[in-house]
Design a protein around this ligand. Structure first.
Ligand code: FNR
Length: 365
């Protein structure tokens, strides 16, 4: 019997299916799961589908330009790779493979505080990967300051301070699978923070500071030579506070539905935030972006750029760096197609007139 050819992976959903076949159940539960009933997790994807596009015709789309300006720098396209912890659970090459995919596709990679690769090792292995550093602020501020200094020294271009994790969300899939206790001992930063033994969620929770406040953010922004973005903003009130406390950008995010369940999706939270502060700092969004049309909708609603989370891990699981690269390239191809067909050849020219609430029923998976 000849071997069947592997099925071609065309869409991000194809990668999701393929990844679920290769990942062990514990790792899969860690990646795929959300908090408690996973209402927000599901809605993150559904919310983009509740928006319909309003295309323009006969505008001449032969020359298309997906570039955007982000933190004052022109970037070739609006995709970033979201910070995601423990990538060594997904593929042996972990974050280094993700960085290779980032370098090959000119995509900014956000390295998590809880990476299984140190900021230095990543920078040395893939020096041409555009990179930002994601910071969980530890109760021991000295450790956090040291981390920031290491990021500055090793070419990270911005700091993403994640503010929606004062404590861990209740992730029941992980509890059922028991993956919580299986998190690698290979979390270099945890060692620097004085954690003993394996880095479990519980161990991590002891390090992170649940009393972080806006004044701390202001101090980071004032002390840091890098632009500071806060990740995990869901209301216009907080976005205004972010402006008042001197940050350069906000990332509208619910942490991929992994923290507080039943909060708004990124798609639904974005418009009010972009309206409130979009002319004062850069607004980015993440959560549930799975299609080029989702990216178009995000930009139309006022985001400068979008972060892609789980799909990158699906690519990583399926085929390491080339798999993650193909996931990003698939989205870029879809984005190019959507810009042409929506009649907005320049990504940066999209505005709210390109979207409207969809008249069709909710499209949950
Ligand atoms: C995350 N996310 C996350 N965020 C962060 O600021 N620091 C982190 O270490 C992690 N770790 C992490 C691990 C895994 C497995 C996932 C899936 C997510 C949240 C992430 O940055 C992003 O906000 C969401 O994943 C975006 O949603 P999608 O694209 O996964 O739907």
């Amino acid at each position: 019997m000849p071997h069947a050819l592997p099925p071609r992976l065309v869409s991000l959903a194809d990668y999701e299916r393929a990844a679920s076949e290769v990942l062990d159940p514990g790792a899969l539960s860690y990646i795929a799961g959300g908090a408690t009933d996973e209402v927000t997790l599901q809605d993150n994807v559904a919310a983009w589908r509740r928006l319909a596009l309003r295309p323009r015709i006969l505008v001449g789309v032969g020359r298309r330009d997906p570039s955007v300006e982000l933190l004052g720098v022109r970037r070739p396209h609006p995709l970033l790779i979201a910070p995601m912890a423990f990538q060594g659970l997904v593929h042996g090459d972990g974050e280094i493979a993700t960085a290779r995919a980032a370098a090959a596709s000119s995509t900014i990679m956000c390295l998590s505080t809880l990476a299984t690769t140190s900021p230095e090792a990543l920078a040395e292995a893939v020096p041409d990967a555009p990179r930002w550093f994601q910071l969980y602020v530890f109760a021991d501020r000295g450790v956090s300051r040291d981390l920031v200094a290491r990021a500055v020294e090793h070419g990270y271009e911005a700091l993403v301070v994640t503010v929606d994790l004062p404590v861990f969300g209740l992730r029941e899939r992980e509890l059922r699978s028991g993956v919580g206790s299986a998190h690698a001992e290979r979390v270099p930063i945890a060692a620097a923070a004085g954690a003993s033994g394996a880095m479990t969620a519980a161990g991590f929770a002891e390090l992170v500071d649940p009393d972080l406040r806006w004044s701390d953010i202001e101090q980071f922004a004032a002390e840091s030579s890098l632009p500071v973005l806060v990740k995990g903003i869901l209301t216009a009130e907080d976005a205004r506070r972010a402006v008042a406390h001197g940050v350069s950008g906000v990332i509208v995010s619910n942490h991929g539905g992994r923290q507080l369940d039943t909060v708004l999706s990124g798609a639904d939270a974005l418009p009010a935030i972009a309206d409130a502060v979009g002319d004062q700092l850069d607004v980015l969004v993440d959560g549930g972006i799975r299609r080029g049309t989702d990216v178009v909708k995000a930009l139309a609603l006022g985001a400068r750029a979008v972060l892609i989370g789980r799909p990158v891990l699906w690519g990583l699981a399926v085929d390491g760096a080339p798999g993650a690269q193909r996931v990003i390239e698939t989205l870029l191809t879809e984005l190019d197609n959507a810009l042409a067909l929506a009649g907005s050849p320049q990504a940066s020219s999209l505005d709210a007139t390109f979207v409207t609430p969809a008249p069709w029923p909710d499209q949950r998976r």
